[in-house]
Design a protein around this ligand. Sequence first.
Ligand SMILES: [Zn+2]
Ligand SMILES: [Zn+2]
Ligand SMILES: [Zn+2]
Length: 316
Amino acid sequence: MPLVHYSRRSRRAPAHVAHILIDHRLAKPSWHCLASQHGYRYFGRDPKIRAQVYLRCLSCDGVMAVHTHVLRTARPECTSCYLRAMAREATAAGLEFLRPCPHDSHRGIYRASCGHEVSRQRVFVQKIGAGKVALRCETCLENRNAAEARKHGWILLGAPSNGDPNYRRYLHHGCSHQQDITVGNMLSGRFACHSCSEGWLSDTSYIYLDYFELPDGAGEFVKVGMSRRPEARLRHQFDLADGVHAEVLEKIRFDTGAKALRAEKQIHKTLRDAHPEWVVSAEELDWIGVTSEIYRIEALPRIRKLFADLRARTEA
Ligand SMILES: [Zn+2]
Ligand SMILES: [Zn+2]
Ligand SMILES: [Zn+2]
């Protein structure tokens, strides 16, 4: 019996049982009774810590420090059983459980099959095990982002100066200019070096509303974006999983990419600010090769309205 665990919410690391002072005699009769009601055996207490007892879990044999108030008023949850369950779920998800997250008791640190460490919510790992979602390793993704940037003649430097998680800082190989560019734009090539090209900013462009339906009723989503050719972008640039139905629902024409970009950014900001719960997180996006700009289907009526307003303004 090597380790004594503390409550999951405690930041204290497990301690070796030999390193703590445990007096097995100082027990109130009620402690024995309460412990056995909750699936534990009273193990002892540290005479110097008044309001704490040590309990031994009857199912895993682990020892846990519990506040006497918790023992009296609630069912103490065995930390060691909890960690074992996380490890089991990790194995089922093809991951190796390394340790709990020190800042969030519902999150763990895992080793992915690629060898990198990833931090995920426990429920997310359960979903992976159930085959509902797939794990995307951020380190591998960043390596792919760097490879993608090299194809376009840019070097991925790291975090952006604007602090937006959709952006990265890149260096243009030809002219050594540094610029923040979204990962999505780097993938599609729809950006221009501010130092050495005019590019798409002066071309006719569209903002579009795309609709996606996942197979087997797994969900419906919409995407707002801008492109010079929305249909081509939908067909060739999204790297959709098999069986995903996709169509362009609407598009609005702008005579320059710069105007389209401004309108697109405004729509994203309006949606994010009013309904952050509509924004689909990058972690969930295992069926499309983009990491942002996807919304839950509940957003559709609001986006239709935003498009109608925008159309009225631009075509007036
Ligand atoms: Zn246990
Ligand atoms: Zn990886
Ligand atoms: Zn350049």
